[in-house]
Design a binder for this molecule. Sequence first.
Ligand SMILES: Cc1cc2nc3c(=O)[nH]c(=O)nc-3n(C[C@H](O)[C@H](O)[C@H](O)COP(=O)(O)O)c2cc1C
Length: 339
Amino acid sequence: MVDLQTYLNTPLAIGNRTIANRLVLAPMAELTHIAFREVMAQYGGYGLLYTGMAGATSVPDENPKASTVFSWRPEELDHTVCQIFGSDPEIMARAAVRIEAEGFFGVDINCGCAAGAICRRGFGAALLSDPEQAARVVRAVRKAVKIPLIIKFRTGWEDNPEHAVSMARLFCDEGADALIFHPRVAPDMRTRPPKWEYIGIVKEAVTIPVFGNGNVASRVDAEKMISLTGCDGIALGRVALARPWIMAEWTLGRTPSFQDYRDAGLAMAEFCAKHFQARTAFLRFMKFSPYYCGNFQFGHALNKKLARSGDIDSLIKVLKDFLDTAPSINSRPTPNLFG
Ligand SMILES: Cc1cc2nc3c(=O)[nH]c(=O)nc-3n(C[C@H](O)[C@H](O)[C@H](O)COP(=O)(O)O)c2cc1C
């Protein structure tokens, strides 16, 4: 079995940059925004953070002061990747140019989102069923920028690891610097377990770093994914929402206390209120709430109470009152609260 802390703290080259550790916050729409990333920053311990997916059409003219997706704190730019979705090579390239000019660590092309509204327009996971178009997009973005280019993708539309391998090779040949691979088929949102063995097959097929992703919720899971697949790093999604200190726990040896559970929830509410208009602040907190509430016994009841509070100031009061009761913590965040 690998020594997790040593493995994760081994630097990794991605294109023309090197990251100090191998844990990445996976992109999650309406969740990995500026406010949540500020919560993560209080703990540290990660190699890279991601934005949620940003529409390539709007990125070139987006106003960071008004956007809830394309906004950042200057100090996070050098370790944050901006993910874009789209399918027009020129539009994608123009978005990447803006991302590079703003100073982001890198740009990521979304080849994994399976939502109908995205795929119907040929974006996200739809690119996996049109390899030629996917190649044109990656080629155009590669030509447009020098910053690291990462592709996040799924197995494809059928349960066939050979397709994932051929897409991984294509991305690599067109100049991608790293891959994040989530081994589920697109029609399966997140119901069946991901097939981690496919990560090993993809990793073997390419010369660029491959991050494994999907259902890693504990140290044991992480160790298992690494030894089973030989992946170069791990992207954590939902568990990082529930426990924003988890990367610091694994890479810096931080021991979480009840205070961390308390601080993370209250900080998220405070940062949502600071970065967003009041209504959006409330909605963004409620998107995060099921993951956070999954930490607590009676988390369902807390989630409902927070939803009923109606605005961000009342929500903070409900949350404080709940935390003052010193609630019991679940050993793993309750998965049935997860989306
Ligand atoms: C609510 C939600 C939103 C997501 N949005 C995105 C997204 O914008 N771009 C993307 O590539 N993946 C997105 N994902 C997928 C995650 O990045 C990740 O692949 C998935 O949650 C599996 O990892 P996990 O088990 O560690 O959560 C999203 C997942 C969730 C739960």
